[in-house]
Design a protein around this ligand. Structure first.
Ligand SMILES: NC(=O)c1ccc[n+]([C@@H]2O[C@H](COP(=O)([O-])OP(=O)(O)OC[C@H]3O[C@@H](n4cnc5c(N)ncnc54)[C@H](OP(=O)(O)O)[C@@H]3O)[C@@H](O)[C@H]2O)c1
Length: 215
């Protein structure tokens, strides 16, 4: 039987890296993708294919999918783990940064999905795994833009699941709680850079001080 092929984004770190390794250890042919290809050398040493991918760049997305389908014929499993949190007050975070966050957390996911659907449909088989978050269900102040991307990913995935079910393609939404990865470091750094010195830092917010450390 043909080995199933998986593409895992965000594989240079955290959840994506662990997922790529786990799929490899379970016998899948795995392509790990991220911008920092050097951070996937450990995966390459295990026999995982490491590919450069910026999910905000159309050419990069197309080249990544093309090179896998050229080598393997199809992508059977897509795990969308690339993502980040750009925290800060809604007033302070620029719209450019908010859009960039949507580009990574929603539109990059969506574009990859558009490109893998035709092959999955032809095989009447596919698994699309979107890493959302508990932040797609609940919210905290200063995470407004991040929550907006994850709430959007939830609605998008739920709708997509119903569209693709008759074609034999499963859409799976994962909603992790807090996991110790670089995610928290990046979110806290963004929060410090945008709102740590402003008017918001002088106020107290219910439910925030005990969860968020950065302000
Ligand atoms: N950690 C948590 O507590 C937690 C909880 C719930 C949900 N999540 C979600 O889980 C997912 C993975 O997060 P993590 O915790 O594993 O964080 P992480 O360790 O910081 O990993 C994030 C990954 O996203 C990739 N990425 C960021 N921007 C990218 C871009 N433009 N193009 C391609 N790849 C990009 C990074 O790779 P490069 O920088 O090398 O491109 C990195 O591999 C995210 O969607 C996050 O929102 C995390």
């Amino acid at each position: 039987m043909r080995k199933l092929t998986a593409l895992v984004t965000g594989a240079s770190s955290g959840i994506g890296k662990a997922t790529a390794l786990d799929l490899h250890n379970h016998g899948f042919t795995v392509y790990a993708a991220s911008r920092r290809i050097e951070m996937m050398q450990d995966l390459a040493n295990e026999g995982i294919h490491a590919l450069s991918l910026d999910v905000t760049d159309e050419d990069s997305i197309c080249a990544c999918v093309f090179s896998i389908t050229q080598e393997q014929g199809n992508i059977d499993i897509l795990v969308n783990a690339a993502g980040y949190g750009s925290f800060g007050s809604i007033e302070d975070v620029s719209l450019d940064e908010a859009r960039r966050q949507f580009d990574v957390n929603l539109f990059g996911v969506a574009r990859l999905i558009q490109l893998v659907i035709p092959g999955m449909r032809a095989n009447h088989f596919g698994k699309i795994v979107n890493i959302s978050s508990m932040a797609g269900k609940v919210w905290l102040p200063f995470g407004g833009w991040y929550h907006a991307t994850k709430f959007a990913l939830e609605g998008f995935s739920d709708s997509l699941r119903v569209e693709l079910k008759p074609m034999g393609i499963d859409v799976i939404l994962i909603e992790p709680g807090g996991i110790k990865t670089d995610w928290g470091i990046i979110a806290a750094e963004n929060l410090r850079n945008t709102s740590a010195d402003g008017v918001y830092a002088k106020k107290r917010y219910p439910g925030f001080q005990q969860h968020g450390k950065a302000l």
